[in-house]
Design a protein around this ligand. Structure first.
Ligand code: HEM
Length: 458
């Protein structure tokens, strides 16, 4: 509900201009989510999924591990010096060995999320994506996501708050991170709506249990520990909380009790009164937490679904013909039984051409946040369009039911400077291939490699 409302606010302008391979990847990760199938979301669906020891009967969850990891990675930030922040420095053994980073939640998190990093998506970006997706998939608000975090090359200075620290130290720590006292209360509540304290990491706070459904003896912060909701506040305010950092037997480590009560419970009372206020506050503060990065790191605009998103086109030269394959995805098209979709393009000779994509409707997929409708280039199969190789293609535009989609007049720039040649050959089971590459020189292609194909064993 919250995500859809916020999408409405964001969806007025494109987050970026296509092509942008880095942001294209992130947009796909964020919005082409089919829970339970593939991608980051499949590791937090259902929300009690836990890929560490004990699985779903451990009492732990990936969602909670991921959110705590993002906070601990960020918590070294010094807003004055511009050092630390969300930069994946938590992946260094030196940081994980510190008492302030007790437990195996960080290594568990990195085992999953770092696997989604690519040449375009840093490990730090995957930590941020993990938090956004975990919160959203488990009942929480949409968290505006920006891309572009840069991975640290060494451990940061220590600085994560610990339960035994006094209140003034917590206030000072959050101020150093860039958050006020009220924001500290809120952010701790937003995080502690998930998970709990694990016996092995904090044996003096979480007692050993003999529960076959909680084999890691986790003392949960609220009764809905794999779900985002304001129960962390309602249970606290109504005096029935089991939060081990509020009602723990050793008052020295009752940090949530000191933090939540530090403004006379005003903030926690407001969250208990209003799940919507809790959700919107958490969306804002978790976004700020994720966007807390070392100075000099520039993040992108908030990534929203691209209304028109081509895939990277592929060109193949076949004599005088340039085969042009690819597809385009439209987001949330309004229904139209008489839909007409055109691909228009400018060629290198100043010509304007077009091809109807109506009969090439490829697929329509309903995602949690919208419907993606894809059309392939060409009008009947994946064979693509056949272009005059000399004329080539410079820029694409699309027309949907007469309405031009051209990124505000910029168009969708296409690079046809290189093409694979059909003289390339593939050697069956040996999985070897010879790629002949054609390079565009002025108005024709010359083959950079032109060899006679032979069998791999010849
Ligand atoms: C003074 C500040 C904080 C203190 C002292 C504190 C302390 C703790 C402790 C002792 C645990 C138990 C960890 C374990 O057993 O593995 C924990 C868990 C957790 N914390 Fe915090 N925390 C603080 C702030 C935050 C913030 C700001 C967030 C995120 C916004 C957060 C998110 C979490 C989450 C999600 C867990 C559950 C982890 C799990 O169940 O695997 N914490 N915290």
């Amino acid at each position: 509900m919250f995500r859809l409302a916020l999408l409405g606010c964001f969806a007025t302008a494109n987050a970026y201009l296509w092509p942008n391979p880095a942001l294209d990847q992130v947009e796909t990760i964020l919005y082409e989510i089919l829970p339970g199938t593939t991608g980051i979301a499949s590791f937090v669906q259902p929300c009690d999924t836990f890929t560490g020891t004990g699985g779903t009967t451990s009492g732990r969850s990936n969602a909670a591990d991921w959110i705590r990891t993002a906070y601990h990675d960020m918590a070294t930030h010094n807003v004055t010096a511009g050092t630390g922040g969300l930069d994946a420095s938590i992946r260094f053994a030196e940081e994980q060995a510190r008492a302030e980073n007790a437990g195996d939640g960080f290594s568990n998190t990195l085992t999953v999320l770092a696997g989604f990093s690519t040449r375009y998506v840093s490990v730090a970006d995957t930590l941020a994506l993990g938090t956004v997706i975990a919160v959203e998939e488990c009942g929480g608000p949409q968290i505006p996501y920006r891309a572009g975090r840069v991975d640290a090359t060494e451990a940061n200075l220590p600085g994560v708050p610990q339960p035994q620290d006094p209140l003034q130290s917590h206030i000072a720590t959050f101020a150093r991170e860039g958050f006020t006292q009220t924001e500290m209360i809120s952010l701790v509540a937003c995080g502690h709506t998930f998970g709990g304290v694990t016996h092995s990491a904090f044996p003096t706070i979480a007692p050993a249990l003999t529960d076959p459904l909680n084999t890691q003896s986790v003392a949960h912060f609220d009764t809905t520990n794999v779900h985002f909701d304001n129960n962390v506040a309602t249970e606290y305010i109504s005096g029935i909380t089991q939060n081990p950092l509020v009602v723990g037997s050793n008052d020295t480590t009752n940090s949530d009790k000191r933090i939540f009560g530090s403004d006379g419970n005003v903030t926690m009372q407001s969250f208990a009164n209003s799940p919507d206020l809790f959700a919107s506050t958490c969306a804002t503060l978790l976004a700020r937490m994720l966007d807390t990065v070392p100075s000099g790191v520039e993040l992108s605009d908030v990534i929203t679904p691209m209304p028109v998103k081509p895939t990277t086109p592929i060109f193949t030269l076949d004599g005088d013909v340039l085969k042009f394959t690819g597809r385009v995805r439209f987001w949330n098209l309004t229904a139209n039984a008489n839909r007409v979709v055109l691909l228009l393009w400018d060629d290198h000779h100043g010509g304007v051409r077009n091809s109807t994509l109506l009969s090439s409707l490829k697929s329509s997929t309903t995602y949690p946040y919208g419907v993606a409708t894809s059309f392939i280039f060409g009008n009947s199969s994946d064979a693509g369009l056949s272009l005059d190789a000399a004329a080539g293609i410079k820029t694409m535009r699309f027309s949907v039911d007469g309405e031009l989609q051209d990124q505000g007049g910029v168009g969708f720039a296409v690079q046809d400077g290189f093409a694979f040649s059909t003289t390339s050959c593939f050697f069956g089971n040996n999985a070897t291939a010879q790629y002949d590459v054609a390079v565009r020189v002025l108005c024709f292609y010359s083959l950079a490699v032109l060899t006679q194909c032979r069998s791999a064993t010849a």
